[in-house]
Design a protein around this ligand. Structure first.
Ligand code: B12
Ligand code: SF4
Length: 492
């Protein structure tokens, strides 16, 4: 008997307070999981709590008569809001099975499945498992025996065999047109005034010991073929008049030939899109001049590189398989070819010494000199489960949640780490401030031109910061206090 062909997919809010950044991203995890369902004739409701004014109300409406609710989450606030949604569904007397997927459930499937609001966990790649589950459930059958699924029943946890990671080229295009009001996901940003997020590959071949990728995709990297990427980009351009693409691939440039071919096709088809994507530093030092030229001509605005640390010993400890020299070589190569490069650096790793932190600052400054401005991002280490750095953090006193409910209140922000004091964080922000103004970026200079007061502020901050950078003197931060005060008063 066919119970229902309706499926609801929920993307919980991903921040407790203020949003991370001014942009609104399309919820790709549920969009990807929905693609084969739509293609198979299911009626799918996509509920993105990050944009809905009343997400729970909408969710309860959509769940009426549905066969299955899927909830996606990564470690962090999404667990809290996912559980809140699941509880609301049960409190409303709705009995439909609730299936959880995404990075967090994939890393801790057994623990996640033991929660009373989790009927089953889909591990890793979700498309085929979700389709099979939907088929079973909408036919009124059980999901026992579906590969890639973990569930707990009567106190016993069952982990079905892994599902082989499929070639993603066989999956239908992400159905952006099925989002509620797709236009709200267009962002005015550096790559374009109507930019949207898109993903062209899954996984990453590297083995960094703080990252979720090796755990979830086992260092496999599956990518769309160039023709597929081109067709998707053409769709986005025609459907939403998109003029910029933010690739959400964990790593886009694994295959130089593929990257160059996609770019050549973008040029040949006159797509006129600006774009940016994640790269690993060693790749960029090896690309040929032809590759750089075609990437640039196709609209590449910036390489986004996770440098993580400027300390050789920290990079080695986290098995990043790069050295500080790769970070500098990538900056030189990108700059030589006229392409921006932005780095993300992390401080506050468990066991990191003051000397290692200083080495990171040295590399950040060196990079700023090479590219002519400070456009890196400084982050504080945020622990996520299942990797060697998390184990090390646990040895240093990090509280290890023992259930999904405990994860809901686990903070990935710096303040919650026992070894990361407020004064350490302040000192790092202060150093960053000196780089921001010592090597002012285009963005900082543009802000300065907005008013006389701002110009005076930026001028004073730049002069003081440049002098400090030259002398490597960071003591007596009177300028930092004064300028911070002015910035708080909105002069900066
Ligand atoms: C964009 C992004 C964000 C954005 C999300 C905005 C948005 N609306 O999408 C923001 C900035 C909020 C963010 C924040 C964080 N992020 Co983030 N983020 C990403 C990123 C780059 C892309 C996500 C994406 O769209 N993927 C594309 C989709 C298609 O892939 P997918 O998620 O794997 O989905 C597949 C499966 O997981 C599964 N699936 C997913 N959901 C569901 C649901 C169901 C029901 C089913 C059946 C299947 C299923 O099926 C899908 C198709 O195969 C990923 C890396 C990556 N490339 O995935 C990191 C990533 C998810 N983030 C990560 C981390 C660490 C964080 C932060 C903790 C970072 C920090 N220092 O604070 C925060 C905290 C998160 C929070 N607040 O909840 C980790 C996840 C770690 C973990 N243990 O969960 C990742 C994997 C990065 C990494 N390499 O480590 N992030
Ligand atoms: S290169 Fe990036 S995505 Fe790949 S394993 Fe390392 S941190 Fe994760």
């Amino acid at each position: 008997m066919v119970a229902s062909k309706k499926i609801v997919l929920y993307y919980p809010r991903n921040h407790f307070g203020k949003q991370y950044h001014p942009w609104t991203w399309a919820p790709l995890p549920i969009l990807a999981a929905s693609a084969p369902l739509f293609a198979d004739g299911y009626q799918v409701a996509l509920v993105d709590a990050n944009v809905e004014p009343q997400p729970l109300k909408l969710l309860l409406e959509e769940c009426q008569g549905a066969a299955l609710l899927g909830i996606s989450c990564m470690t962090g606030p999404q667990i809290h809001f996912g559980l809140e949604a699941a509880e609301a569904v049960r409190s409303a007397g709705l009995k439909l099975p609730m299936i959880w997927g995404g990075y967090h459930p994939s890393i801790l499937p057994e623990q996640t499945s033991r929660n009373r609001y989790v009927d089953a966990v889909v591990r890793g790649q979700g498309e085929l498992t979700m389709l099979e589950l939907a088929g079973r459930i909408s036919e009124g059958e059980d999901f026992t025996g579906v590969d890639g699924v973990t569930f707990t029943r009567d106190g016993e946890t069952v982990s079905n065999p892994d599902r082989k990671v499929a070639d993603i080229n066989q999956f239908p295009r992400l159905p952006y047109e099925k989002l509620r009001n797709p236009r709200q996901y267009l962002n005015n940003m550096h790559v374009g005034s109507r930019a949207i997020n898109y993903v062209s590959s899954q996984g990453c071949p590297a083995r960094c010991q703080f990252c979720a990728e090796p755990l979830v995709y086992g260092r496999r990297w599956k990518a769309y073929k160039p023709d597929r990427v081109l067709a998707d980009l053409e769709f986005l351009k025609n459907f939403l008049d998109v003029n910029g693409i933010m690739y959400f691939d964990s790593t886009y440039f694994v295959n130089e030939r593929r990257a160059a071919e996609i770019s050549q096709k973008m040029i040949d088809n006159g797509l006129g899109l600006g774009w940016a994507a994640n790269a690993r530093a060693p790749q960029l030092g090896k690309f040929s001049a032809e590759t750089y030229n075609v990437l640039k001509k196709s609209g590449l605005w910036a390489f986004l590189v996770g440098a993580e640390s400027g300390s050789a010993s920290q990079l080695e400890a986290m098995q990043k398989d790069i050295g500080p020299e790769d970070i500098l070589a990538a900056a030189r190569a990108a700059t030589r070819h006229g392409i921006k490069i932005t780095y993300s650096f992390i401080v506050g790793f468990p066991g990191e010494t003051e000397i290692e932190v200083e080495e990171t600052w040295r590399v950040m400054e060196e990079v700023s000199k090479i590219v002519g401005e400070y456009n890196s991002q400084l982050h504080f280490y945020a622990p996520t489960p299942g990797n060697a750095l998390y184990e090390k953090a646990a040895q240093l006193g990090l509280r290890q949640p023992q259930s999904l409910e405990e994860w809901a209140s686990f903070s990935t922000v710096a303040g919650s780490l026992p070894w990361m004091s407020k004064s350490f964080q302040n000192r790092q922000r202060q150093r960053e401030f000196y780089l921001v103004y010592g090597y002012p970026s285009e963005w900082v200079r543009r802000r300065a031109s907005r008013s006389l007061l701002r110009r005076a502020y930026v001028g004073a901050a730049s002069a003081a910061s440049a002098a400090r950078c030259r002398r490597h003197y960071w003591g007596l931060p009177l300028d930092w206090w004064l300028l911070r005060g002015m910035r708080a008063a909105n002069y900066g």
